[in-house]
Design a protein around this ligand. Structure first.
Ligand code: ZDP
Length: 282
């Protein structure tokens, strides 16, 4: 079976051409094996390009490296846009940049645009802020969760929660490099206040237009970048009054440009996505 390996700032995915049928050609167990970095191809997740639904061009589904299925994936959808560009070019339907795809996801319609410079801008839709939308029991169902105390590893953190279709818990710290991510990440992920588990971001405000981020991802652990996490973190920074509505979010794998539009309430993310290699797994 042919596959392509892409990455967005080192957040890496196996992309599968699944345009001929509406169900993923791999099971969740296959995805776990393919993602294994020693016994498989190695990736943070597997992404399927499926036929469109509900008037969209394509559908995206994704498995995390542990086989769980998230609603959305910011770096992954940039990779998907580049993958589709290659597939369509092979079919002699080469899209002309700027070209916008309408992609159906479990988080609704998401629209990545191929830019002439090779970067991809994604309309990530609006953020969801109510406790029941995250979901979390940290506040009453219809309240926002901004700087709410949460005790993890015998320490009390002031956490802000944002859903970009998938759930995120953001904590602002003085210095992200001193956070013991490997030790505390899993304790956030599996904390009882997050019934769907959680992606966990630690953010250092370098300047109001420059955030530095480290992430522990639900179902994938430490990754070099997380697009939905960068978007959620900027929104959390605006809600907390510590950053601008547009900022660079610096991840271990490189920078993303994020804007939470005051006009339409949607979040826009711009960053790279690159082919690493193609392969055939028999
Ligand atoms: O929500 C989750 O379970 C995430 N692990 C999904 C992957 C998010 C991703 N890193 C991103 O860039 O948004 C792909």
């Amino acid at each position: 079976m042919e596959f392509s390996k892409y990455h967005g700032l080192g957040n890496d995915f196996i992309l599968v051409d699944n345009r001929h049928q509406p169900e993923p050609v791999l099971s969740a167990e296959d995805a776990v094996r393919w993602c294994d970095r020693h016994f498989g191809i190695g990736a943070d997740g597997v992404i399927f390009a499926l036929p469109g639904q509900a008037g969209t061009d394509y559908t995206m589904r994704i498995y995390n490296s542990d086989g769980s299925e998230p609603e959305m994936c910011g770096n992954g959808i940039r990779c998907l846009a580049k993958f589709l560009e290659t597939l369509e070019t092979a079919d002699s339907q080469a899209p002309q940049a700027p070209h916008t795809y309408r992609i159906h996801t479990l988080a609704g319609l998401i629209s990545p645009t191929l830019q002439p410079d090779g970067q991809v801008t994604v309309d990530m839709g609006p953020p969801y802020l109510l406790a029941q939308e995250i979901p979390t029991t940290l506040a009453a169902a219809n309240d926002k969760v901004v700087a709410v105390p949460l005790t993890v590893a015998e320490q009390t953190w002031a956490v802000t929660c944002v859903s970009m279709g998938n759930p995120h818990c953001i904590t602002f710290v003085e210095d992200v490099d001193t956070v013991a991510l490997e030790a505390i990440g899993p304790q956030f992920e599996h904390h009882e206040v997050f019934p769907q588990r959680i992606n966990t971001e630690f953010i250092q405000v370098v300047r109001p237009d420059h955030l530095k981020m480290r992430v522990w991802e639900r179902g994938a652990g430490i990754t070099l970048a997380c697009g939905t996490g960068a978007c959620a973190s900027l929104v959390a920074g605006v809600l907390s009054g510590v950053c601008d509505r547009a900022a660079t979010v610096e991840l271990p794998g490189g920078p993303l440009q994020i804007e939470w539009s005051a006009t339409d309430n949607r979040v826009y993310m711009t960053g790279p996505a690159e082919l690493a290699f193609r392969g055939d797994r028999g």
